[in-house]
Design a protein around this ligand. Structure first.
Ligand SMILES: [Zn+2]
Length: 85
């Protein structure tokens, strides 16, 4: 992804609105949990996945490469991979 920038002001409570364009790209929705990190003078945010990246289920999640996959989707994926071999 190429680097893009939008300027926003912080309100009197320290809040800032994440631009809709960014929320759409990153599939950030109301109620999602964000991890906010400070590295020297650079603030970064990362969405914490709390549901399966494929079906949206919140049951029996397995974390892989910082993504959540439910047990059902994981088994579906594995059965397709194992059938090929
Ligand atoms: Zn799933």
């Amino acid at each position: 992804m190429s680097k893009i920038g939008i300027t926003r002001s912080i309100d009197n409570l320290g809040r800032i609105v994440i631009p809709k364009e960014y929320r759409d790209i990153l599939k950030i929705n109301e109620g999602d949990t964000m991890n906010i990190n400070l590295d020297k003078h650079i603030l970064t945010m990362e969405k914490i996945e709390t549901s399966c990246m494929f079906c949206g289920s919140t049951a029996e999640l397995i974390e892989f490469e910082n993504r959540q996959i439910c047990n059902r989707c994981c088994n579906k994926f594995l059965s397709k991979v194992l059938i090929r071999e």
